[in-house]
Design a protein around this ligand. Structure first.
Ligand code: GCW
Length: 663
């Protein structure tokens, strides 16, 4: 299938643009990364100005008055940081590493695209998070778990694909500073277990070299039971000497064959995946054994904390899925080797439209940690509804954990500021596939773009990121920009309004997680209940209930523990409340449910109305694709509104004070 260039599809610059005067690039690119840095500038400026800058040697200073882009080695600079500035008409990219030079080159391209002049340019940036990763849930048969943009462009029929699309993918990632990618699903089964065997080494090496040329390290998801499933051992006990040796030998081979490999991501003892529990061992035992095996090659073991009992009884009010990540890992704080990173989802449940921040953030003190978010919109409209998630991620990053007196936010923790960790960062479950536009919904590309920008620089504002993405993708038309910004910036709020109310989550159809089903998960085994009856709704996670609120540090614990101080948006996550309880907003719970569901639909109607005014102003193909999705969203938002409102109207017997139609 063909593919588009997303935000790297360059438009023509205005006549008076000062970038037009840059006729040369002075460099002697030796490494693949430097070659790409130069090549990207040539390609971009060539397309934008209609005249490709000539490459001449860095030693070649005089070329009769023409302006150039130059590279300058900067011994002082932080790894992968850059400084781009104007110097007597020329533009200089200064960095201490090749990767910094590449990021600097993409910074220039960005500046040109968003209409800024090279004259007086002076921007210096260091990546704030050391690891900025995508996690693909791609299966080797070509399907994608929770994929909403077609099939995998990494795998098909158990083979690895390496082609033009791979290169464009790497360019897109590097252009926003992403420096790691896990290409296969964390649920490692069948052929994927064989990725660490000679069946796949050649293709993996090719792929990793393309990635490395763009400063991206290739990672793989690992099957914890590989020694058994590959038929070589009877056990995967992490404390068995034989098992340890098997992994050491295996990793020696893997890293010899795929030298650019960064390491492995592991989902163990989670949702039926194998792990150390089988042998009565801990997560630390399992992770440390693997970490020891990859340590000689500088490899990392990224171990997921998404561990919970998925065979719960809905009648059981004591077991709390929200607690389980914390309960499973907190005792192990300090027990992991230095090249292990724990990867923690943003919330304690599973990527709902609203959740509190995971209490392991601020719980753990002595362990490398990474934040996992999901830009694949599993629970946020599956890339058929628009839902720009960067504002949500920003709230998560800004959350104060109180683990220390200052520098205690999630952002501080995962950027290494709080405890001086260097192995940390942020990962996003990817939203890409082989659709022409990469992300199914054209507007979902803003999440891919935004994730990279945010991980590089978490202080960037969600709205600024969105504006930049719009301009880079659709050009500088003010009206287009205004309309798409309105849509993006209201989209998460709108989705939350017509979704499950007040932080309760989960009112979706089981398995595929799309569309409303209030009781879909209520009598199931997954630990995801709303506990609604005719008097009230919500899960008591206070000290009267599961005690989950107490897992936070003060003052967060007390704030969540009391319904008086718990923020409205999370009230039903933490408390079981009567329908006539008055929220801080002054509305009752039931009236809030009715109002937000009606207003959410109205907001979507407004978004769609404004979108329709863009016909003819954005490329027709993209317009049609989006229009299709917006029409569906409009209808589907009504389905959400009516199912939720009707359910609670029938349960509570309470009228809408505004007398609107509820069935
Ligand atoms: O939310 C759940 C998803 C699973 C996923 C799991 C996980 C990859 O529904 O599809 O498995 O989370 O994060 O491991």
């Amino acid at each position: 299938m063909g593919f588009e260039q997303a935000w790297l599809s360059y438009g023509v610059l205005r006549k008076e643009s000062k970038w037009r005067g840059i006729e040369r690039i002075c460099a002697d690119p030796a490494s693949p990364v430097m070659k790409n840095a130069v090549g990207e500038l040539q390609k971009a400026l060539g397309t934008m100005t209609g005249k490709e800058p000539v490459l001449c040697s860095g030693a070649d200073k005089e070329a009769a008055g023409t302006r150039c882009i130059r590279f300058r080695q900067d011994g002082e600079g932080k790894a992968d940081g850059y400084h781009v500035y104007e110097e007597s008409g020329d533009v200089v990219i200064a960095a201490s590493s090749d990767c910094g030079m590449l990021y600097g080159a993409f910074e220039l391209i960005r500046q040109a695209q968003i209409g800024n002049s090279p004259v007086g340019l002076d921007i210096a940036k260091d990546p704030v998070m050391p690891l900025r990763m995508l996690n693909h849930w791609d299966n080797m048969d070509g399907s994608i778990e929770r994929g909403y943009s077609g099939n995998s462009f990494f795998f098909d029929h158990d083979e690895i694909l390496v082609d033009d699309r791979t290169v464009t993918y790497a360019r897109l990632l590097a252009s926003v500073g992403i420096n790691g990618a896990v290409i296969n699903n964390v649920n490692v089964k069948d052929a994927a277990t064989w990725l660490i065997t000679d069946r796949y080494f050649d293709k993996l090496r090719q792929l990793s070299e393309i990635f490395a040329g763009y400063g991206i390290r290739l990672f793989l998801s690992l099957n914890y039971a590989a020694p058994v499933e590959l038929g070589e051992l009877d056990s995967a006990d992490p404390l068995s000497e034989e098992v340890g040796k098997w992994w050491k030998d295996r990793m020696k081979l893997v890293f010899e064959q795929v030298p650019h490999l960064g390491g492995f991501l592991i989902k163990a003892d989670s949702e039926g995946r194998p792990g150390p529990f089988t042998y009565g061992r801990t997560h630390a035992d399992g992770a440390n054994m693997l970490a020891e095996a990859v340590e000689p090659y500088g490899g990392l073991i990224i171990w997921r904390c998404f561990v919970y009992n998925c065979k719960q009884d809905w009648r059981d009010y004591k077991t709390d899925r929200a607690r389980s990540g914390y309960d499973n890992f907190i005792e192990l704080d300090g027990a992991f080797r230095d090249n292990v990173i724990l990867q923690i989802k943003n919330g304690p449940m599973d990527f709902q439209v609203r959740e509190p921040v995971h209490p392991l953030f601020g719980g753990l003190k002595d362990t490398n940690q990474m934040l996992e978010v999901q830009i694949a919109q599993e629970y946020t409209g599956q890339q058929r509804h628009v839902c720009y998630l960067i504002p949500m991620f920003q709230e998560v990053l800004g959350f104060r954990t109180y683990v220390t007196e200052t520098d205690d936010t999630v952002k501080d923790l995962v950027s290494g500021k709080t405890f001086g960790h260097t192995k940390c960062g942020m990962a996003a479950v990817a939203n890409t596939g082989n659709d022409e536009n990469w992300t199914g919904h054209d507007l979902a590309a803003a999440n891919l773009y935004g994730f990279g920008r945010l991980a590089f620089d978490p202080s960037a504002l969600a709205e600024e990121i969105a504006r930049e993405w719009v301009v880079r993708t659709f050009g500088e038309d003010e009206e287009v920009c205004e309309v798409l910004l309105f849509i993006l910036m209201n989209s998460w709020r709108a989705y939350e309004m017509y979704n499950a109310p007040l932080g309760i989550g989960w009112m979706v159809n089981p398995n595929y997680h799309y569309g409303p089903s209030v009781d879909g998960y209520e009598y199931d085994r997954w630990g995801t209940y709303h506990r609604a009856d005719h008097l009230g709704i919500g899960v008591d996670r206070s000290h009267h209930g599961t005690g989950y609120a107490g897992l936070y540090r003060e003052p967060n614990a007390s704030m969540y523990d009391s319904p008086e101080s718990c923020p409205d948006e999370l009230l039903l996550f933490f408390h079981h409340m009567p329908y006539d309880h008055k929220l801080q907003s002054g509305k009752t719970v039931i009236q809030h449910i009715y109002d937000t569901h009606f207003e959410g639909v109205e907001l979507v109607d407004e978004m769609v109305k404004r979108f329709e005014s863009l016909e003819g102003k954005i490329p027709d193909k993209a317009y049609r694709r989006m229009l299709d999705r917006f029409r569906h969203q409009k209808e589907h938002a009504r389905e959400w509104r009516d199912q939720i409102n009707t359910y609670f109207y029938r349960k509570s017997g309470m009228d809408d004070e505004k007398g609107r139609q509820i069935f």
